[in-house]
Write a protein of this length. Sequence first.
Lengths: 404, 65
Amino acid sequence: MTETLSSAITLSPRTCPFDPPPELIEQAEARAITPVRFPDGHMGWLITGYHLVRAVLADPRFSARQELRHAPIEHRMVEKGLLPPAEPGMFLRMDPPEHTRYRRLLTGQFTVRHMNRLIPRIERIAADRLDAIAEQGPPADLVHEFALPIPSLVICELLGVPYSDREVFQRHTATLLRLESSLDEVNAAMAGITGYLDELVRSKAASPGDDLLSGLIETGELDQGELVRIAFLLLVAGHETTANMLALGSFALLTNPAQLAALRENPSQIEGAVEEMLRYASIFQIGIQRAALEDVDIDGHHIAKGENVILAVQAANRDPERFEHADTLDITRPNNGHLAFGHGVHQCLGQQLARIEMRIGYRALFERFPDLRLAIPADEVPMRSDMAIYGVHKLPVTWKEVKQ
Amino acid sequence: MKVSVDRERCCSSGMCVLTAPALFDQDEEDGRVILLEAEPPEELHSAARKAVSFCPCQVITVTDD
């Protein structure tokens, strides 16, 4: 049991673009929880079993606090081993009650009802993008023309960030997500994006608009730094994740023609199809990280206070004990219960928005281009194996027919 | 069947509304759960159980009569 324990992160190349790397699959098949070494030498745990991942995410004895974290990537190691505490507003890396206070200022904006109200606008945005693609003619890169612009436009409108400034935040986001980026590069990108948002928040405070950021400013509950960091979280989480799901999911459908045909025949299956895409085509590269606040015994293993755990959602979503034919894409799968949005108090704030964007996006894309297909062989599609959020760098497609 | 919710611990994921919209709603202000139907009719029992299993913060409880 030694070689498999050498690293917490299994970033070895994938053999199938939609499956976790074979090394991670092997670990998951052998046991639901495995000891792993972090780059700084810390011994923690890799958890791959569905039920264990879910249990840990719901367990308040496991903390999301940043200062309890050992860096999972060598390039981002800090000298002291542990990271500094999260700055005010970075609620993703906090526990209740601090986390609760920030989250409750936002949850009213992301309810199912609120997101449903955005449907006509998102349909318009998707239709406009598809118009542009059709007009330009084949081939097209779906990442650049479709998957990235739709969620970027939506989150920009929602937050009140000018879409014309996208080059600034997309460039810095790419640096933040590149696994090879050094700590200095990450810090510079962070400073670039927060500097931009700092100015934006100031200008909104001076002349508020009808948007989420202006609304947050008006509550008077948050100081400048908190506003900037919350805006950062929403902006980055709001476009990169959904963009990669749109592209990776489209790729999965294009390479599973029977599933795509079933969806085309019965478009009302889109809701289940989206849930299945979230389960099957995971954008998790490493997993969710937590630290034990006290000694915890789970599944016959003793996790000592302070030990870090990596919850490999991408493996848990393929756990054969939870999912029948776990490695098969099945858009009719009942009772899905995937963990793509996490679980517990940190479960994705924007999940209802992501669902709507994906339903609208996939449906509109495959309706508009009935014979859409890859323009290059599937094994030549450049995968985002080098990024903290997995997906495709480019998805070149072609078509003959366009429906209006 | 009786359904109850713990609004204090609710994390406003919206999963209950997505799963069983006839039984649950969300507060306009902070998205927290609002129970619409504490004693749901038989045809909604399976949706209620699904909502229990999908709730990320385990704040929904059902008890059978």
